[in-house]
Design a protein around this ligand. Sequence first.
Ligand code: IMP
Length: 431
Amino acid sequence: MANVVVVGAQWGDEGKGKIVDWLSERADVIARFQGGHNAGHTLVIDGKVYKLAALPSGVVRGGKLSVIGNGVVLDPWHLVKEIASIQEQGVDISPENLMIAENTPLILPIHGELDRAREEAASKGTKIGTTGRGIGPAYEDKVGRRSVRVADLADETTLIARVDRALQHHNPLRKGLGIATVDRDELIQQLKDIAPSILQYAAPVWKVLSEKRKAGKRILFEGAQGALLDIDFGTYPFVTSSNVIAGQAATGVGMGPGAIDYVLGIVKAYTTRVGEGPFPAELQDADGQRLGERGHEFGTNTGRQRRCGWFDAVLVRQTCATSGVNGISFTKLDVLDGFETLKICVGYELDGKELDYLPTAADQQARCKPIYEEMPGWSESTEGARSWNDLPANAVKYVRRVEELIGCPVAMLSTSPEREDTILVTDPFED
Ligand code: IMP
């Protein structure tokens, strides 16, 4: 039995929702292992639209266990609202099918406030363009050893001590940013009020998953964001605050690296990015606008317009390496229909030299100029194609060239948001 990790292999928004849903039908357990409610994914099942941010995609399917792992940062108030809205759509969510790791750090209101205050105070060039949901400050507190974690909600004395420790750090910081200091008693009361709603789902996830694995159950690790937003290997500092790459799947739930059998990288047929930061193949012309319009490139969560550009094979080759991707799911090919000529970024020019990878230093990343290879486009529609024979010859050539350049095979090709509009080459669970 295989355990599969799904990771975005670009800057997020690669179309993970549909693929995760397809895979979750085949899995017994679906686990989130990093990020928080900065992720937004839309699932369409039997014509019903579900919008999820913190909950694993498996919750909308009966008979699956959904897990929020310790690698996640969790906003309890957001989670309670999200659960209520999904329940209103007729989905059953209970401690039988949802578990939250007891060692998961919480996102508190102070984190969101700090996130937004810093972004507002930042000057051009230093703004990250965060989702404003407190993700970064919550992770800072985790490594700073001052988080309030799920387990702390169970005991009032511990909870008060954890809050005091956090505020010792936050109140001076808030003063510096001109935000009112926190009313300690009010925060403690808010946490005491929300505690029962969260604690009912709290569990030693590492133990439950270890037992599931021994029982031969299939685990799907559901990544959020994309590998280029990884805190170590992304375009730092314009990144999110967690490890997004596949190795985090093990740490983020408490399993060994041997638990991962297959890594599926989700790759969009072109490139997009939300927020600030380098983007060598970005298009600020009619082609970029066309990609954005045809691909509906607006954030699920924030509604922000995404920046668009040509497919960057250099970056995807890099993320396939850092995540150990076994196969890719290639998405949104149909958005490229009708372009006379397509470009693929195959290298960078930096200070008169050619590079076959993105350098680490931020100033160098910002100066990298794309080197393009051109390919003829196709005029026919690829939307809804379900076999290679349904694709125009030039579309097949484009996909084959991508495989060659990134050094990784296509396992699945998605040609529309509909789950059946998929060409399956390899089932990651059977590989
Ligand atoms: P944060 O995760 O809110 O701290 O934002 C940091 C960076 O990650 C910003 O550039 C965000 O736009 C980006 N980001 C965070 N979550 C997502 C996502 O789910 N999709 C795409 N970009 C994201």
